[in-house]
Design a protein around this ligand. Structure first.
Ligand code: TXA
Ligand code: MG
Length: 339
């Protein structure tokens, strides 16, 4: 199959909508990362997403809608708490899990009785959903296990020959996937940190939001994941990544002792000067949103340069930094060293 990359225009949106109506899969920009979209009401179309990604069948997808009215058609019903979150943060990078509606294809929910839904703010994603009038199931548009794509070129790198069309909407603003919160249990639980922070959710909900253990810890053998996606190795470059906790002086000293063939630094901008090994940077030390924006591109870059061993500066665990730390932990297979 030939894969076409088309910049967003009325023509390419119409072509994408037609492919979606026919049950095909299309690469779609969102404000977080690129998604692989298909009609969420059509099981055969959704199965094509799993095939294109090589995704395990038990890992459910997020449904993308363009209005509250469409949201109501894919869930059992919108609870008052869900409505408060939607009013505060949607359209935007927040996914809410609720009991599922019957119309959603079983393949989307991977056997669960809940469904994850979000309303993206990216104009191309919104225009595409409107154009085809369908809720779109879309996971991140990477091959299962590699970093999420934040440019159309990243999507093409993973999906060339696997899907007919990628809409190029430029660089994704946020750069990490949406915050995932479940409202399907007795208390809200944050399953995946993102640009919308736990603190923001608590403020709007007026109650504590639990942090799922797997956000910052490796699941023990046999431990059940609250969200199936948490149990898979993710975002991993080919190199062995280790996160180093400590200040810049300690980081430099560690690199002095561990410099060698194939060793690279993953540090913040401006820190690369004077390091004994080559470096790729990911944002500014004091600005977690810039780290989120740059992280996945930096991980892909480390693959391109052939890094074998990567030592990463550690982000903070507060605000958007928690999302950055969560993704980097998985890239590092949970290897963290305190200096
Ligand atoms: O920003 C995003 O959310 C991007 C863009 C494309 O919208 N999408 C994305 O999808 O990151 P994906 O499939 O890569 O991640 C969805 C996550 C997975 O960890 C999955 O296990 C979890 O959400 N999830 C989906 N449905 C769920 C459910 N019903 N219960 C618990 N977790 C669920
Ligand atoms: Mg993903």
């Amino acid at each position: 199959m030939e894969t076409i990359v088309a910049s967003v225009s009325p023509q390419s949106l119409a072509q994408a909508a037609e492919l979606l109506r026919q049950g095909q899969v299309v690469g779609m920009p969102t404000e977080t990362v690129y998604g692989l979209a298909a009609n969420a009401l059509d099981g055969a179309a959704v199965a094509r997403i799993f095939a294109a990604k090589g995704r395990p069948q038990d890992n459910p997808l997020i449904v993308h809608v363009d209005s509250v009215a469409m949201w109501e058609t894919v869930v059992e019903h919108l609870t008052p708490a869900a409505r408060r979150l939607i009013d505060a943060f949607c359209p935007g990078p927040l996914t809410i899990i609720l009991p599922r509606g019957r119309r959603v294809a079983d393949e989307v929910c991977a056997g669960l009785d809940t469904v994850a839904v979000r309303m993206p703010s990216h104009p191309a994603a919104r225009a595409l959903i409107k154009e085809c009038s369908l809720p779109l199931a879309a996971p991140s548009a990477n091959l299962s296990g590699s970093p999420s794509p934040t440019t159309a070129a990243h999507v093409l790198g993973d999906m060339d020959g696997r899907i007919p069309l990628i809409l190029d909407g430029g660089d994704c603003g946020v750069g990490v996937e949406s915050t995932v919160v479940t409202l399907a249990g007795e208390q809200p639980v944050l399953l995946r940190p993102g640009y919308i922070t736990r603190e923001q959710l608590e403020q709007v909900l007026g109650c504590p939001v639990q942090l799922a253990h797997a956000v910052t810890h490796q699941l023990a053998a046999g431990e059940k994941a609250a969200s199936p996606g948490m149990k898979y190795k993710h975002y991993a470059p080919r190199a062995d990544v280790t996160i180093l906790q400590g200040d810049l002086a300690q980081y430099r000293e560690f690199l002095q002792q561990h410099a060698g063939e194939g060793v690279w630094a993953l540090c913040f901008e401006g820190e690369e000067e004077g390091l004994p090994v080559p470096a790729v940077t990911y944002g500014l030390a004091a600005d977690d949103a810039t780290q989120a924006h740059a992280l996945f591109g930096a991980l892909r870059r480390l693959d391109e340069v052939g890094a074998k061993t990567v030592y990463a500066r550690c982000p903070s665990e507060t605000g958007v930094g928690l999302a950055v730390y969560n993704r980097l932990l998985r890239a590092a297979a949970f290897r963290v060293v305190a200096l």
